[in-house]
Write a protein that binds this ligand. Structure first.
Ligand SMILES: C[S@@+](CC[C@H](N)C(=O)[O-])C[C@H]1O[C@@H](n2cnc3c(N)ncnc32)[C@H](O)[C@@H]1O
Length: 203
């Protein structure tokens, strides 16, 4: 029965994503890393985003994540460079633009939380693109803000290590120490989540 339901939902997203969204349907069959993001990580982010005055940026929009826009009380912003993905973005605060030019779209120190999942290795694949991405992320993240980076580093995605990207070091990894999150990074095959904050934040 569940399999049949999931087949129907998957088909609906193929035929009419707009209808699937208007019916409030979540894309089924979530991978282990997607479940970890939606459960453990979002639970941790609740402590940051459970107020309407907080601001969150979610980079890259997709059928798998369209429902995140109403997950938090915070003001939610989305950005994707593919106009066809705008349907999955926030209703009021979606931008069609590149994650490699974030400072053109957002203010310095604007965001309490930024989630960049499935971007590196899925469009931002070159080292110089990553340099531009991390420079922008550091600029628009609040000094005490949190960046959740979910990226693929298998050879079929990127052919360098993120640690080799100079601007990656504008940020530093940290352990959240909340909701059983006691590591700075969590690995699911070649998909990795890393908790980052600004290296120059006030102590
Ligand atoms: C694998 S999907 C991940 C979507 C979403 N972040 C999630 O977790 O469900 C990758 C998305 O990144 C977008 N993307 C790729 N390069 C981009 C760029 N330079 N700027 C903004 N979005 C980009 C693609 O258009 C695609 O929608």
């Amino acid at each position: 029965m569940q399999t049949l339901k999931n087949k129907f939902k998957t088909l609906l997203f193929k035929l009419s994503p707009r209808l699937a969204i208007s019916w409030g349907i979540e894309f089924p069959r979530k991978s282990a890393n997607r479940q970890f993001l939606e459960n453990a990580i979002f639970k941790y982010l609740d402590t940051w985003l459970n107020t309407a005055s907080a601001q969150c940026l979610f980079i890259g929009t997709d059928k798998r994540s369209w429902h995140y826009r109403s997950r938090f009380q915070a003001k939610f912003f989305t950005i994707d460079n593919d106009p066809g993905k705008a349907i999955y973005g926030d209703l009021r605060n979606h931008t069609i633009g590149s994650a490699t030019e974030l400072t053109l779209q957002y203010e310095r120190d604007q965001f309490d939380v930024i989630i960049a999942n499935g971007l590196i290795g899925f469009g931002v694949n070159e080292r110089d693109q990553c340099e531009a991405l991390f420079a922008g992320l550091e600029a628009i993240l609040k000094p005490n803000g949190v960046l959740v980076l979910g990226h693929n580093n298998g050879p079929s995605h990127i052919d360098f290590k993120l640690e080799e990207v100079k601007n990656y070091h504008l940020l530093e990894e940290f352990v959240p120490y909340a909701n059983e999150l006691d590591q700075p990074r969590y690995v699911f095959g070649d998909h990795i989540f890393v908790f980052l904050r600004r290296a120059d934040r006030p102590q």
